[in-house]
Design a protein around this ligand. Structure first.
Ligand SMILES: C[S@@+](CC[C@H](N)C(=O)[O-])C[C@H]1O[C@@H](n2cnc3c(N)ncnc32)[C@H](O)[C@@H]1O
Length: 235
């Protein structure tokens, strides 16, 4: 624990250390609220029901990963898909034709939630081999229990190198997976696509990568940022 603390504080100025400590205190205070605890119970109920491993957070320094990619990555923390029915209904998703892609899928919780809907394909992209392996194991567990309607694939690679399908409507899901250094080339690829592309972006810290390239209409669904290209709007 001490080694990890020293590693995180190394090279930081006193002002940065104060900011980091304040951020951590605020984070832990928020995690103690009744709302946060209720959320955690809901997350854990999923794992208890299915026998999966999706809830536990994984800090990047506990994973064997390429440090040059990890430098731009957020840790693994799952989203719960609670708003998916609202998003998909409001967007009028044509499940049979659409491919759902979770950029930075981690242990695959969002994939498992999305695959309860009849997507054409559900794809997770994850750079940490251990997390990708857990996502596949989770997929197998839920599939064996009949909990999936759509097929799930997991590709283990840096999202910068992932080439999405270019011949089907895409629903791309981002839960604050990485910083601008990764989002810039990812946005570049998505901007070049001509088929309908919709982006659902939780904690959209790099949304400017899409805004500055243009061509996206912006809205909110259940409070979450949604971006749609011209083909998605016309569909
Ligand atoms: C906040 S978690 C989101 C997990 C998942 N999307 C969900 O909603 O449950 C961010 C994930 O993005 C992954 N990630 C970060 N940088 C990446 C990159 N360059 N390529 C692929 N995955 C990345 C992390 O390893 C982590 O699992």
């Amino acid at each position: 624990m001490m080694t990890s603390l020293v590693r995180r504080l190394k090279g930081r100025s006193p002002a940065e250390i104060v900011r980091l400590v304040a951020h951590n205190i605020a984070y832990h205070a928020r995690e103690m609220t009744p709302r946060a605890r209720a959320r955690d119970r809901q997350f854990q109920a999923f794992d208890q029901t299915w026998g999966t491993d999706t809830f536990a957070i994984r800090e990047l320094h506990t994973l064997e990963v390429d440090p040059s990619v990890a430098a731009h990555a957020r840790r693994y923390q799952s989203s719960n898909g609670a708003d998916m029915p609202v998003w998909f209904a409001e967007l009028g998703v044509d499940f049979g034709r659409t491919v759902f892609i979770d950029y930075g899928c981690g242990k695959g919780r969002a994939l498992l939630e999305a695959a309860r809907f009849g997507f054409h394909r559900v794809i997770g992209v994850e750079f940490a081999p251990e997390l990708a392996k857990i996502a596949l194991a989770n997929r197998d567990i839920v599939q064996a229990k009949g909990g999936l309607v759509a097929p799930i694939e997991v590709v283990c690679m840096d999202a910068r190198k992932y080439v999405p399908p270019n011949d089907v409507p895409l629903l791309c899901y981002f839960y604050d997976p990485f910083d601008d250094a990764v989002m810039a080339p990812v946005a570049e690829r998505l901007c070049a696509l001509t088929q309908p592309v919709t982006i659902i972006y939780l904690e959209p810290n790099c949304a400017d990568q899409f805004r500055r390239r243009g061509g996206w209409s912006e809205s909110r669904s259940a409070g979450t940022l949604v971006l749609r290209n011209a083909a998605a709007l016309a569909a």
